[in-house]
Design a protein around this ligand. Structure first.
Ligand SMILES: Nc1ncnc2c1ncn2[C@@H]1O[C@H](COP(=O)(O)OP(=O)(O)OP(=O)(O)O)[C@@H](O)[C@H]1O
Ligand SMILES: [Mg+2]
Length: 317
């Protein structure tokens, strides 16, 4: 079958919870909980996809430091092949510090080595043997963004299928050449806000119609409303699995991507893959952080059965 290769950013998340209010300049407040976990959209995607049972390899870069060790050990524990992750002696592994109070959070990210990750760091032998390429968080990786069209061309010339989730642009410039990029992307997986920002449209269907002239399959994530796909000009809306007790929605989008791609690459239709993506996104909201619910495939199946009344026998057929 071949591997699914994720080319992307790696960092850690330090999450401080239970604050009464945001910190104020010159003063100090206390958090009542703290966790240090695997961060970054690409890593959460790779981790959860591997836990679901896909064969996943990561191509990325971390520093030769403690945060780098943490990222590597967490990915390996979930079965992700990390042979092609470069360790850079000169730069640090980045981190996001997230402080949260109630449903609100404020985040600061130090990109570290992800700033410098680009085509030169890619192990092409690994790509040549793989079947699918996934790229995420393109605005956090300036060098990879510059090389994106070449990377996708190369993947297509190697006979691979491709997927892209752009994620948020911290500069809010949204300067991606989508007319060049999207013809090379088999599955485009933005969320609603990102889709509107990238296309300059005010409504989802209008934005999808605009993309239909040059994009392939587009699946837009709509949070609690589920997702909407466009394939050959046909729209398919699939509602979410309602979770009344959301712990947090960190990584729900990456988990959706993992579910969708895991299922789609087994030969299922876009619509069935949307349903499976929604299930895996909903499962992600039942635990803290992006990987909390993804301890093992058996645990994921158990949550699907008990919390979402979902029979895996149906879906695996
Ligand atoms: N409260 C919820 N209840 C059930 N399912 C949810 C909920 N929130 C999200 N999901 C599922 O997860 C999917 C992805 O969520 P969302 O639309 O928030 O993605 P995103 O904005 O890309 O997230 P991320 O911040 O992880 O990038 C949704 O399409 C839906 O299927
Ligand atoms: Mg997202």
């Amino acid at each position: 079958m071949g591997k699914i290769v994720v080319v992307g950013e790696l960092n850690v998340d330090l999450i401080l919870d239970g604050l009464s209010h945001l910190p104020v300049k010159g003063k100090e407040i206390l958090a009542n909980a703290m966790s240090l976990t695997l961060g970054s959209s690409s890593a959460i995607f790779a981790n959860n996809l591997s836990v679901l049972g896909s064969d996943v390899a990561f191509v990325g870069k971390v520093g030769e430091d403690l945060f780098g060790d943490l990222v590597m050990s967490r990915l390996r524990r979930s079965g992700v092949d990390t042979q092609a992750v470069v360790r850079d002696r000169d730069r640090q592994t980045g981190a996001t510090v997230a402080i949260s109070f109630g449903n609100e959070r404020a985040m600061v990210t130090y990109p570290g080595v992800m700033d410098t990750f680009g085509m030169n760091d890619i192990n092409w032998d690994l790509l040549a043997e793989a079947r699918h390429l996934h790229v995420s968080s393109i605005f956090l990786q300036p060098r990879l963004k510059r090389d994106l069209v070449s990377l996708l061309h190369k993947a297509k010339s190697l006979g691979m299928t491709t997927s892209l989730d752009v994620q948020w642009d911290p500069n809010e410039r949204w300067d991606l050449p989508i007319r060049e990029v999207l013809p090379l992307v088999d599955l485009f997986l933005p969320n609603e806000v990102e889709l509107l920002a990238l296309t300059g449209c005010g409504a989802v269907e209008r934005a999808m119609n605009k993309l239909s002239r040059f994009a392939n399959v587009v699946v837009v994530k709509l949070g609690q409303k589920g997702c909407l796909a466009m394939e050959n000009g046909v729209f398919t809306d699939v509602p979410s699995f309602m979770n009344e007790n959301v712990v947090d929605a960190i990584g729900a989008g990456d988990s959706f991507n993992a579910g969708f791609i895991h299922y789609f690459l087994q030969g299922h239709s876009v619509e069935r893959s949307q349903m499976y993506g929604n299930l895996i996104g909903a499962i992600s909201t039942t635990s803290a952080g992006g990987t909390g619910a993804f301890t093992s495939r058996e645990d994921v199946m158990e949550i699907a059965r008990t919390k979402f009344n979902f029979s895996y026998d149906d879906v695996e057929r």
